[in-house]
Design a protein around this ligand. Sequence first.
Ligand code: LLP
Length: 431
Amino acid sequence: PDTTTVSQYGVMRIAGYLLSELAQRYGTPLYIFDRATIINACQHYQEAFRQYYHASSVRIIYAAKAYLSPLIARTMAEQGMGLDVVSGGELSVAHHAGFPMENVSFHGNNKREDELYLALQLGVGRIVLDNWSELERLTRIAQETKKTPHVLLRIAPDVETDTHRYLQTGHAASKFGFPLNNGEAKAAIHAVLQEGRLHLAGLHAHTGTMLRETRPYEECLERLLDLATEVYEETGWWPEEVSPGGGWGIETADGVEVPGVYMLAQALQQTMERRLADNAALPVPTLIIEPGRSIIARAGVTLYRVGARKPTPGGITYLFVDGGMADNIRPALYGAHYTALPVEQLATPGEEVCISGRYCESGDMLIERVVLPQMREGDLLLLPTTGAYCLPMASNYNLVPRPAVILIDEQQVWQMERRETYTDLLMRYTE
Ligand code: LLP
């Protein structure tokens, strides 16, 4: 036998399950979420923020766009988290899961009329309005349905962030929010107050995602509180809640360190205290924080099976896996860095390879360069930290069925999404 590929130690487990057995049972590519890691992340956030805030003055809302399924929604509810949704689809999953609607915030920059009706009908706790059209649309619907939705206005606070261009959302030219620095934000607050149809609960901003410093959050919160103070002096309105959004980063294969979440909690508390020192008589607004990635990314891994190893005369050796850009577009779209591990410990010499997918694109690379023991057809490869924004952005490119998704803990495996079949694909065609 070719002993060079016989595994030496041979096992890699998550929550006690052999990954090779999970791959056998559910097929590959397979997305695996570890329940304990999700719960830890929620508790970690809550503990960090409760060091600096009373439990009643901070709300932590999971940004469902990072990954949502009914079971994840129920897990978030059990952990006392709120939920941030951005579409009728996400809202429907939350509703189907029995998520308490009063703890749901409905975000987005172009919510359709039917989505706003649905949100009101289901009794969503907060609607975050992005622009004048949305504001008018919701006001009209509130009038018609005789409801008084609680809203936050999303502000573009003109804060720069040190993250990929596609992941910045708080700058002056951002597509999101009422611009602060041309007076529109203030005008929108006045308009809501004057109209009186909507209950203006507070102000919201989100400056970007994959942030690794507290500065943008501090600047953002300062600007929201300064705006609120000006409006207070003009009208007597004061926010019940303020939110600098989500966006806290995670450590990835690029090796940049991310400070602990408690640093964020501390920075926000200090900013709030400093900014409100002159308004001591006013109630401190509830802080709302909306983490997505930093709750779910580390809990998810992807298992792929190697289909071929192809050295090229151009010097690159490819390792082809059975998934790729359709289940994880992030490397192609943002230059995101991942690393990979062979599931079985191989005694082969190390080599530099490019982990490439099965899709008909040269840009279909999950990892451009990584050193791995030489792998061959049939071996299993694991990509850690793929829990956020991979599956939600997955497509059926090349008409490849989307992978199965499981959640595991030491007692149980839940199949959250079954692998798509050719029948699923065919069902969408009507001619
Ligand atoms: N709140 C708001 C208003 C947001 O727009 C977002 C993310 C979050 C919270 C959660 O951000 P997080 O904590 O997950 O960073 N597809 C991109 C990420 C887009 C995030 C959009 N908004 C990616 O794969 O990196």
